[in-house]
Design a binder for this molecule. Structure first.
Ligand SMILES: CC(=O)CC(=O)SCCNC(=O)CCNC(=O)[C@H](O)C(C)(C)COP(=O)(O)OP(=O)(O)OC[C@H]1O[C@@H](n2cnc3c(N)ncnc32)[C@H](O)[C@@H]1OP(=O)(O)O
Length: 388
């Protein structure tokens, strides 16, 4: 391997994470950028690239409150390359784009950020009109919004129901994702959730969209997460342990309601392994996107940790995915426990674990290989990260 031709995550940062924070979205973003740059040991004038997801999409529901242009202007960055990856293959696709840019010599140090402001926005409907108030619904939304199915909970529930009927997935199995996330979040000082969840609490929670109850759904959050992607030939400027982006993959799929599998995780999984010599057995920890508890099940299957249809059995009882299990999952609490960081939290937590910086939630041994994913529906992305 020629290090100079590789791309590395060299810094991570995160703002305060909360619900209806009395901070601006830009302020949260600047906090996270500052922390990541300091973590890498860089200075602002060394940043020559910016990448974000989803670029310049409209900021309904606080989904996309800060653009790459905003950040460049406010910080006065002298960027050679930047992208608002609106159509990137899900959130972590922005990090893949940055890795490709540094490998191509278009930039040396790229700030990749994802800021979410959905909790604050929900409390300010005049400023951030909710979907049901908008007159300009288009694309896939036009087929579901007239029926009141505004939420991804309604759509994702269809796939979970199909999995239950076809493969026998149970609510007890689904619960393991939430229980595991809450247990790990309780050890993460930055997480919204502060205590473990019991099976009784899970089962008695209010129903949101069959089969999802409250604890199957991530919660709208205000936060910003940053990772810095650097060129392999710039590592002598870095003070932190670099984590290599050893492989990445993604897909933007059209899907239909009669598909059994939750589309994006499956082609993404297949492609990821084509792009590396690593195998599923080499992976020390997985950080799987969990907008809903069902999605990690599709990632387990899509990435080949088990056969299609066997994701529920894989997590039965929760031991395998626990911090001391054979495949520790969502060690920072995932989106169900940490907060809806919209994919970037999984890249952040992978770096924490691979550096051995997890404190009370650090997994044992000497983890060297992690997978972070985002999305899993029509859009999906995965990164294979290694400490070499
Ligand atoms: C590629 C992609 O982009 C794909 C995706 O991301 S898919 C994932 C998309 N995620 C979502 O759509 C978010 C899903 N979650 C939700 O819609 C909402 O949380 C929900 C419908 C489940 C509940 O909302 P609600 O009924 O309006 O609850 P709300 O009145 O806001 O809150 C009441 C209390 O319930 C609790 N609560 C709310 N949501 C919760 C959740 N998801 N989990 C646990 N507790 C929750 C809180 O204690 C809350 O009190 P606070 O105000 O102190 O926070």
């Amino acid at each position: 391997m020629n290090v100079a031709q590789e791309a590395y995550i060299t810094g991570i940062g995160m703002s305060e994470v909360g619900v209806r924070l009395t901070r601006s979205a830009l302020g949260l973003t600047l906090d996270a950028v500052k922390e990541a740059i300091a973590d890498a040991g860089l200075t602002l004038d060394q940043i020559d690239g910016v990448a974000t997801y989803p670029g310049k999409m409209q900021s309904f529901l606080g989904f996309s409150p800060v653009s790459s242009d905003d950040l460049i202007e406010v910080l006065g960055l002298k960027t050679r390359w930047h992208i608002g990856a609106a159509e990137a293959t899900a959130q972590l696709g922005a990090i893949t784009e940055a890795a490709n840019a540094v490998k191509a010599g278009l930039a040396r140090h790229v700030v990749c950020f994802r800021t979410v402001y959905e909790a604050a926005a929900l409390a300010r409907p005049e400023e951030f009109p909710p979907l049901e108030r908008r007159k300009d619904v288009s694309g896939g939304s036009q087929w579901v919004s007239p029926f009141g199915a505004f939420s991804a909970a309604n759509w994702t529930a269809q796939f979970a129901m199909r999995h239950m009927k076809r493969y026998g997935l149970t609510r007890e199995q689904l619960a393991q994702v939430a229980l595991n996330d809450h247990a790990n979040a309780a050890l993460n000082p930055r997480a919204i959730v502060k205590k473990p969840l019991t099976m009784d609490e899970y089962m008695s929670a209010r129903l949101i969209s069959t089969p999802f109850c409250l604890y199957d759904c991530d919660r709208f959050t205000d936060a910003s997460t940053v990772v810095i992607v650097s060129a392999g030939d710039a590592l002598d400027e870095i003070k932190a342990t670099p984590i290599r982006i050893a492989a990445s993959a993604g897909s933007v799929e059209r899907y239909s309601w009669d598909q059994a599998e939750w589309a994006g995780a499956y082609p993404t999984g297949r492609d990821l392994w084509k792009n590396t010599d690593y195998k599923p057995k080499d992976v020390d920890t997985v950080q799987f996107y969990d907008g809903f508890a069902f999605q990690p099940i599709t990632w387990l299957e899509g990435l080949g940790f088990c056969e299609v249809g066997e994701g529920g059995q894989f997590i039965e009882g929760g031991k395998r995915i626990a911090r001391d299990g054979e495949l520790p999952m969502n060690t920072g609490g995932g989106q169900l426990g940490w907060g809806r960081l919209h994919g970037f939290g999984f890249a952040y937590e992978s770096v924490v674990q691979l550096r051995g910086d997890g404190g009370a939630r650090q997994i044992a041994g000497d983890p060297r290989v992690a997978i972070a994913t985002s999305g899993g529906g029509p859009m999906a992305a995965a990164l294979l990260l290694t400490r070499d």
